[in-house]
Design a protein. Sequence first.
Length: 619
Amino acid sequence: MMRHPSRLLNKQFISLLSVAFLLSILVGTASFYVMRVYRLVQPIWVEQAAYSQMPMVEFAYQIQNVGISSALLQNLGQRHLLQLFLLGIFAPSLLSWFYAPLLVVIPFLFTFLVIFGWTVYKRTGHIGYSICGILMFLSIAELTRHNWGIGSGFADWQSMLLLSSAALCLINALIAFELSWIRAFAVFVSFSVLARTTAVFYAVVICAPMLLLILIHQFKKERSWGIILKVFVNIVIILAPVAIVIFPQLEGMFLYYSPSHASQLSQPFLVSFNNILFRLLFPFLGTSFILVFVFLFLLHMLIGKSNREIINWRNGLFLLGLGFFFMSFTVMAFDIWESPENSSYYFLLLGVELFIGALVLNNSKVTRWLSAQSMPVWSVSDLAIGWWFAGFLGFLLMNGYTSNVPKEVMYIVPTLVLGAMTPFINVNKDSLYKSLSVGLVFIFLVVFFWNIHVNIKYANKITPEQVAFRNVEYEMATVVSSLPPEATWQSFVSVDWGIPVSLLSQYESGEYHRSGVVDFYNKKDYWDTWYPGLSLDELQSEIYNQASNCADAVVVLRDPEIMPTDMEEYSYKIAAYMAIQVQNGENWKFLSKINGWPVGTRYAVYLNEIHNTDRNCQK
């Protein structure tokens, strides 16, 4: 008996939900274990903690002191609102739990996997193949890594998953238009921007052209302005509350990310290209992912081609592989780019795979099989998938983007998986997808568990320098924990100890002491950004005045005449001035001495004896 199409769809959707749920739980469990190893073995990484754990602990402190409503209002200017608000409203006690970010990001991962799998299913008609698409995404090398993995707490994962879900909704609207996809898109964009406010720029780059494509496509189809009005009204109603929250932050974001203040922007094209692909994206994806991506993409490009076209492809792959071989040795021999070993390795890897592909296409059985397949059908949704990759990559390259962290490039990953699995709509390839699914499921599962194994080993690996650094963190946390309740503090040394030490004080003793009450940077660009027009003398006086009026305790260089080896000279002059003034000031009482960083550096801790009622903190 023929089953009703709606029942079949329900069955397929339930299967997709079940698999996505189980895999999300598996990823969450693996990430928790990796992060636990990191927490017990490694020093706390400042940049990671600054974007994840620290805002949560600070928010918990505010809730305790002023209540949830006031705390929410005070944090409307935060760049990462969503995680704070969800935990603060529904589980405030978990804000001080190191692993709490996983409780936020895993539901978003589950939602993304469901929509992603459904998109692959609608484009191929094969549920097993759509599950392969989910597994391919989960085979990313750094998915469970402690520094940039999904459990690290970086809001970029939340934002990327939500914005990708929004883009997938638009792709589904292009496949089969429904207003519900448009509403879902607007909801996901709202959450994505709340997760990371700078995602507003990425949403415009990725989604605005897709939305325009939908409007043009539907207008041509219906010849009515009514559909455009409906789409516009639905989007405005849903996005309006978030726009009210985000709009006041736009000026600050433009200032912070302008080329004059963001040194990682406006770099030469080739420098940006090398950085994005070979230093960030490829290591983030991993070798196995890249190899499977190239295989699947080439397979889909060759399906249905004539013998003559396949011969042309074979010759092209051979020449391109030869070019990659040449580039591999050239970048190493002439040291063309920074970290040439990265680009050399990936050029060599791609060259080998393309050569193998050219050899395989020499086989007459392979060419006959490819030619016998029906040609895939081009659709307007294919254009949206291509834009997602090309548009966002072009946006980064046009801005000369460089970085040492993959916060931005991860937004490209979902479209790479989608482009590899189903670059064209083709629902008449059941035998092909069935054959591919068997092999791909095995490969992706092996890669997934291997990556977990590697990431656990990586989290356990610690150098003598990291051991020494971790010891300094714990020694400082012990001293900070001994401060009077509610006491604030600030360090004026080469390392920003405030975040990891305040966190350790909370985690180890339950005593949270706020840091960052006085500005101090180890980069002249930051000083110029936030204190424009001040001379060095004026800046030194301003920072010391802040410390005297705002900090209950300070950590300074015990030997101000010796500049730490990892400190910028301009910032060192401010730190040395602070140390001399504190050590000779009558209102500062010596509390403790600490071994600092780098090894051989010494710190001193002083208490501010000016009573709170006699201070005038205006920071």
